[in-house]
Design a protein around this ligand. Structure first.
Ligand code: CDP
Ligand code: CDP
Length: 228
């Protein structure tokens, strides 16, 4: 049997991380972990309980009551908070607007990071986020830093959202740029490329091209480890 490894995929919003990570996990029969969904679920919970990101003490108390489950489903992954399905609600504009604020809070991050590490202990995990290759799984055997131009990333998101919302392409581009800025500039595990990761600019790549690229990296590592 092939050696099971962990795969870390990081990058800014709309780069294609979750789409690609889910497909790679499917091809390899690995488990997909969407860490962004965990930050979104935490944000949803805080908004639901009226706890602002400025009230760090209250956020930290609430974090310990937070029960997040990621359940693999047919259309990707279902997200449950305290048993309630919030899969749709965590993608709302309200959560988009606040998630990067809550994601700056150290105690909230350390709580989620420890859950994420537990999920990867048995290997065979594809995990996507902002700090996976640098902080959560620094020993991941394959690390990808995925990017695309801001115009392309905004356009990808626009195509997804234009049916449910009347947000404009320009507004979406501004929202994404602001979230990227907060994620890059925060003090604790900011978005940055791990030194030992592969930079992949997907602006002109199809989804299948990107999936193939990653799967072949995995296979080449498994080939090498099989020889020893
Ligand atoms: O899907 P999209 O790229 O829009 O965002 P996401 O991956 O769902 O992540 C939402 C937000 O959660 C990010 O903008 C970050 O502020 C935060 N996040 C983080 O801080 N660390 C992670 N490992 C994953 C997400
Ligand atoms: O997770 P992240 O925010 O990095 O991006 P995503 O939600 O996986 O991708 C955003 C959208 O871009 C999805 O609708 C994908 O189908 C699309 N996409 C694309 O058109 N071409 C790619 N190479 C990757 C993603």
């Amino acid at each position: 049997a092939n050696v099971r490894i962990n795969i870390a995929i990081d990058g800014p919003a709309g780069a294609g991380k979750s789409t690609i990570a889910r497909k790679v996990a499917g091809k390899l029969s690995y488990v997909y972990v969407d860490t962004g969904a965990m930050y979104r679920a935490a944000t949803w919970f805080m908004l639901q309980h009226g706890i602002p990101s400025e009230a760090e003490d209250q956020v930290l108390q609430a974090v310990h009551r937070l029960d997040i489950e990621l359940v693999p489903g047919e259309n990707g992954q279902q997200v449950l908070v305290g048993g309630v399905d919030v899969t749709g609600e965590i993608r709302s504009l309200a959560v988009n607007a606040k998630v990067s604020r809550y994601a700056q809070i150290e105690g909230l991050r350390s709580w989620l990071v420890s859950l994420q590490r537990q999920m990867a202990l048995r290997k065979g995990v594809v995990m996507d986020g902002r700090d996976i290759g640098t902080t959560v799984l620094p020993d991941a055997e394959v690390k990808i830093f995925m990017t695309a131009s801001i115009e392309e990333r905004a356009l990808r998101r626009y195509k997804e959202m234009k049916e449910q919302s009347d947000i404009t392409l320009k507004q979406l581009e501004l929202d994404i740029a602001e979230r990227d800025r907060l994620d890059r500039e925060r003090e604790i595990s900011p978005l940055r490329q791990a030194e030992d990761s592969i930079l992949l600019d997907t602006t002109h790549m199809s989804i299948d091209d990107v999936v193939e690229f990653i799967v072949s990296r995995v296979q080449s590592i498994q080939g090498r480890e099989g020889e020893v």
